[in-house]
Design a protein around this ligand. Structure first.
Ligand code: NAP
Length: 306
């Protein structure tokens, strides 16, 4: 059976960068991606802080360019989901959705993270009928309507600003009275007349008929419940890592993000992690790209020293 030098799981910025470096270094590499290349960034309207694009660039265009660059170096990208990764003797074994096991000398896990759910009654029922986790995808459906965004981080604030292009009113519901988002984004939000803040509050229930009609909000300081009439509710309360792939224990932090050393090596020999699936200080495209490059180089060294 064919043994790869490197298998990469995930085609977001970390995986594609690792792929570009590995293919350019002429490793025998394959990248498995369960959906289309691009990862979470592809659903971002405007990326303003990735160096090299002074006017900003749309997330989907940036990712299309990364994929094109990987293709130029003949990176082999296959549309398959990775289901399981394990260590077998001195090799890693990567099982894909078709049940096949693919042996490889090294693996880079770049499977990213996905949006956290609110976990309240009505959320599942109204998914796609008012509840959304992607303003770029669904925002235009709310032209002239009222929407709410839940969360206080960069994602919530950025997407609330984006939604003001369509909605007549955007409520930002946050569980504290201070935002977590960076100051620049906070200032823009405070200046936007369409955004109204609902501080110290959490959503406890989603209600509606055929589609979403309101959210029940609890003020966490007064315990008072109220009903907020909205047509759509966008959830941006952080992410959970796609890190449940391993047969043996892999070291993870208390939120499930994979712990690596500075060279992206995990606690399993030959397995590296890069991007949003990794436990780190800053979750950005720029840091994902750096992780991907380091992981590919470290994998190459690991093979050489093998
Ligand atoms: P985040 O920074 O973890 O923020 C999550 C927000 O949701 C926090 O305000 C948190 O409240 C709130 N929250 C968490 N659980 C909640 C719950 N169960 N109910 C209600 N509220 C809840 O997540 P993020 O905004 O998705 O960002 C993830 C990472 O990507 C961050 O490192 C961020 O800087 C980065 N990012 C950067 C950009 C950019 O640079 N333009 C854009 C998007 C994301 P508390 O504040 O009270 O904890």
């Amino acid at each position: 059976m064919k043994v790869y030098d490197l298998i990469i799981a995930g085609a977001g910025p970390a995986g594609l960068t690792a792929g570009i470096y590995a293919a350019r270094a002429r490793l025998d590499v394959v990248l498995y991606e369960k959906m289309l290349p691009g990862g979470q960034v592809a659903t971002t309207d405007l990326v303003e802080n990735y160096p090299g694009f002074p006017k900003g660039i749309s997330g989907s265009e940036l990712m299309a360019r990364m994929a094109e660059q990987a293709e130029k170096f003949n990176l082999n990208v296959e549309s398959k989901s990775v289901e399981n990764i394990s260590r077998r003797g001195n090799l890693c074994l990567v099982k894909t959705e078709d049940g096949e096991g693919h042996p490889s000398k090294t693996v880079i896990v770049a499977t990213g993270a996905e949006p956290k759910n609110l976990g309240v009654p009505g959320e599942t029922e109204f998914k796609g009928r008012g509840i959304s986790y992607c303003a770029t995808c669904d925002g235009p459906l709310y032209q002239g309507k009222k929407v709410a965004v839940v969360g206080g981080g960069d994602s919530a604030v950025e997407e609330a600003l984006f939604l003001t292009r369509f909605a007549e009113k955007v409520y930002l519901i946050h569980r504290r009275d201070k935002l977590r988002a960076t100051q620049l984004l906070q200032n823009r939000t405070f200046e936007n007349k369409k955004i109204e803040f609902v501080w110290d509050s959490v959503v406890t229930e989603i209600r509606g008929g055929k589609s979403l009609e309101s959210a029940v909000i609890k003020n966490v300081k007064t315990e008072q419940l109220s009903e907020l009439g909205v047509d759509g509710l966008f959830v941006y309360i952080g992410t959970v890592p796609n890190s449940d792939l391993f047969e043996e224990d892999i070291e993870r932090d208390n939120r499930g993000f994979i712990i690596t050393d500075q060279d992206m090596a995990t606690s399993i020999e030959g397995v590296f992690a890069a991007g949003d699936v990794r436990s780190k200080l800053l979750y950005q495209i720029a840091t994902a790209v750096g992780d991907g490059a380091t992981a590919a180089f470290a994998a190459e060294k690991f093979i050489e020293e093998g």
